[in-house]
Design a protein around this ligand. Structure first.
Ligand code: ADP
Ligand code: MG
Length: 141
């Protein structure tokens, strides 16, 4: 069974949308394997988005991601990575399909409610960033 990492971003929490987004995730057939509420430091946000360092939006992105608490969630489903990307919609909510999480709730390309891994390989790296293997193993034992 495939896994992906979701993060409910600080704008999701500010808008009191944790429940609405998780409801949509569960109704789409994803199982929650683990989740937590964390406040990233600027350096931790930079570490998570290391691949984007040097991009023009990197500073705004990492300031935003460390501006409040967020909720990383390990999700499991067949085809989890692609299906979750489909559920959340395009990075820019203006380009996202109707009914997607970002279309429904996001204000802008920068503040777009939710993160989803872009490949199985990156999903593994991202999950490990928030959830130690031993912690995850206990959730499924
Ligand atoms: P996605 O989250 O859809 O995988 P990317 O990996 O390309 O998108 O970018 C990571 C995050 O960086 C986006 O979710 C968004 O918050 C921010 N971002 C990406 N591109 C831009 C941009 N052109 N302007 C502002 N923020 C951006
Ligand atoms: Mg991405």
């Amino acid at each position: 069974m495939e896994r992906t990492l979701a993060i409910l971003k600080p704008d999701c929490l500010r808008k009191n949308l944790i429940g609405a987004v998780i409801k949509q995730i569960e109704e789409s057939g994803f199982k929650i394997i683990s989740m937590k509420l964390v406040r990233l430091t600027k350096a931790e946000a930079e570490g998570f988005y290391e691949v984007h360092r040097g991009r023009p939006f990197f500073e705004d992105l990492t300031v935003f991601m460390s501006s409040g608490a967020c909720v990383p969630i390990v999700l499991e489903k067949e085809n989890a990575v692609a299906d979750f990307r489909k559920l959340i919609g395009a990075t820019d909510p203006a380009e996202a399909d109707e009914g997607t999480v970002r279309k429904l709730y996001a204000d802008s390309k920068g503040e777009n409610i939710v993160h989803g891994s872009d490949s199985v390989e990156n999903g593994k790296i991202e999950i490990a960033y928030f959830f130690p293997g031993s912690e995850l193993a206990r959730m499924t034992a």
